[in-house]
Design a protein around this ligand. Structure first.
Ligand code: MN3
Length: 240
């Protein structure tokens, strides 16, 4: 008996006490396991800083609505979409990597939950500046210079029509820039260009409209002032 089966059978034994025979019949290890994972729900992660931490580049109200309304809605609707369905109990990464097997509600809301959970950590108070160390070397060797990288990344964010994201990804040891529509991301098996995201920018209007109105270029330019390069370096080192 392997460890997982042992844990399941051990946990199921006390449950059998006091049940009718029909309930006992249903109370197989598999059913117990299914019910147990059914209780596991995705939750809105706490923002790693105050809502006004990214001022003046990203305003407090935008951050508050973005986190408590938009991100919360992705979490709530992902849980609804998974309730009793295939994919329940899977990790977010596992859902992303097999997203073509799931309904569109899992793709949109699971993508929304993954993307925003990543995005909050990619920003920080008193951040911006320049990447340092290994990530700096990798950016320079892949794009020529940091300025060239910023230009190409900004262009990818600008040309993404409608709502979506621009990404810096690691694809088989190679650094690449890509963009995705809606709440898709490069981890998804359906993505045109796949890879591990190490940096991403949300270019949905809800990310900038209150402060920047229709001026997406201005939002992107200012966003560089809040990029948390320590976290980007961390994701980069994990993705190699
Ligand atoms: Mn968003």
């Amino acid at each position: 008996m392997d460890r997982r089966k042992f844990i399941l059978s051990a946990a199921a034994i006390p449950l059998a006490a006091g049940l009718s025979s029909a309930e006992k019949r249903l109370n197989t290890f598999q059913n117990y396991y299914k019910r147990r994972i059914a209780m596991a729900k995705f939750e809105l992660p706490k923002l790693p800083y105050e809502y006004d931490a990214l001022e003046p580049y990203i305003d407090r109200l935008t951050m508050e609505i973005h986190h408590t309304k938009h991100h919360q809605a992705y979490v709530t609707n992902l849980n609804k979409a998974l309730d009793g369905a295939a994919g329940e109990g899977k990790s977010l990464e596992d859902l992303m990597k097999n997203i073509s097997r799931y309904p569109v509600a899992v793709r949109n809301n699971g993508g929304g939950h993954y993307n925003h959970s990543l995005f909050w950590g990619l920003m920080k108070k008193n951040a911006g500046g320049f990447p340092k160390g290994e990530i700096e070397k990798a950016i320079n060797s892949n794009f020529g210079s940091f300025e060239q990288f910023k230009k190409q990344f900004g262009e990818a964010a600008m040309v993404r029509f409608g709502s979506g994201w621009a990404w810096l990804i690691m694809n088989d040891g190679k650094m690449e820039i890509t963009s995705t529509p809606n709440q898709d991301n490069p981890l998804m098996d359906s993505a045109e260009k796949k890879g591990m995201p190490v940096l991403g920018i949300d270019v949905w209007e809800h990310a900038y409209y209150l402060k920047y109105k229709n001026k997406r270029a201005e939002y992107i330019e200012n966003w560089w002032n809040v990029v948390n390069w320590d976290e980007v370096a961390n994701l980069y080192s994990q993705s190699k």
